[in-house]
Design a protein around this ligand. Structure first.
Ligand code: PLP
Length: 372
């Protein structure tokens, strides 16, 4: 049997006609950058998230960068985030000349440990970027309490968490801005790169809308040095079709997560494979189903031979990356992140996964540990 980590073709097959029609409309109109298709999609996303504003841009990486720029983050400032994340969370800070100040994660959820934030704050701290890793929100109650008291901004890196919620609010309105990615492997994936920022703050929204078009409000007149980071109409058209199915796909992922919980419970592998928990008040959308596994690398090789796709998100924490050497961290600086990087493995969770495929994944994992 073959079980890829993600099967985008299965998703496309079910929407083929609808998506091709939307693309054809854009081709007929020949309006490709921003414009009415993008505005319509921004409005639909704002309504879905429950935010006052939504600003499309070129990628999730740029969503983070535009948030920081709109908040006035510059050289000499500090921004707090985690080392166990995708590169872009940390690089957005560096690109503005600001200093990423890293704090460790919680071992169970892989999200920022709120208890470590306060002692990382200095008079230069401008913002905190909690990452809703794998589709589950960080502890935003604790984070917002600290941020409010210290008068610093909160930027949600919600790139993996569109549709997730905490309490009665969706990711994207749990901080000052919410950053989303439409990279094809995200829960709402486009046919290329794309991103978006949500906010309820008019001043930030206006600023980000201006910064994404080279800091210009009136054509060829520039108020600030911005960047070129626009969402295009083809992506917006595809994403607008897919948005209608997002909740249904999240339900599929959640059903599969529950099924893994049941199947693993039957195998009695609890001491070998630790499944991801869900924090109270969280609605987890499982962009990834990430387990900690003993003998992880050997297990992955075995699964690959058996046709099961897996991936390690992420194998090297940011404080140990060559390009961040000058931050002054070393091995041992963030033990929970380092341990996670050595033990985690994501297994197939996409909505179209069949019962038989999922049983096969668990059977093969059990088979591996049978040999010792
Ligand atoms: C995907 C992702 C990003 C960046 O998004 P791109 O659209 O690829 O630029 C940032 N942060 C996290 C946590 C992500 O998963």
């Amino acid at each position: 049997m073959n079980v890829p980590l993600l099967d985008l073709q299965a998703q496309f097959r079910s929407l083929r006609e609808e998506i091709l029609a939307a693309i054809q409309t854009v081709c007929d109109e020949q309006g490709f950058v921003l414009g009415p298709r993008v505005v319509a999609f921004e409005e639909a996303i704002a309504q879905y998230i429950g935010s006052r504003y939504a600003i499309g841009c070129a990628s999730g990486s740029d969503a983070l960068l535009l948030s920081l720029m709109a908040m006035g983050v510059k050289a000499g400032d500090e921004v707090i985030t985690i080392p166990f994340t995708f590169f872009a969370t940390v690089s957005a800070i560096s690109r503005l000349g600001a200093k990423p100040v890293l704090v460790d994660i919680q071992p169970d959820t892989f999200n920022i440990d709120p208890a470590l934030i306060e002692r990382a704050i200095t008079p230069r701290t401008k913002a905190i970027i909690p990452v809703h890793l794998f589709g589950q929100c960080a502890d935003m109650v604790a984070i917002n309490e600290i941020a409010k008291r210290k008068s610093i901004y909160v930027i949600e890196d919600a790139c993996q968490a569109i549709g997730a919620s905490q309490g009665n609010k969706r990711a994207g309105v749990l901080g000052d801005t919410g950053c989303f990615s439409f990279f094809p492997s995200k829960n709402l994936g486009g046919f290329g790169d794309g991103g978006l920022i949500t906010t309820n703050d008019k001043a930030l929204a206006d600023s980000m809308a201006m910064l994404r078009v080279h800091g210009s409000q009136v054509r060829y007149l520039h108020e600030a040095v911005g960047i070129n980071s626009r969402l295009d109409a083809l992506q917006a058209a595809v994403l607008h079709v897919k948005l209608q199915y997002l909740d249904q796909w999240a339900e599929g992922r959640r059903r599969n997560a529950e099924r893994y919980q049941r199947l693993f419970a039957q195998t009695k592998l609890a001491d070998r494979v630790v499944l991801p928990p869900t924090m109270r008040d969280n609605f987890h959308v499982y962009n990834q189903f990430t387990v900690r596994a003993q003998k992880r690398d050997e297990l992955r090789t075995f699964l690959k031979e058996k046709g099961v796709g897996t991936e390690v998100y992420y194998p090297l924490p940011m404080h140990l990356q060559n390009c961040f050497r000058d931050l002054g961290y070393q091995k041992g600086s963030f033990p929970v992140s380092e341990q996670a990087a050595e033990a985690v493995m994501s297994i197939p969770i996409y909505a179209e996964l069949t019962d038989a495929q999922q049983s096969y994944v668990v059977e093969m994992i059990a088979e591996f540990y049978k040999h010792g």
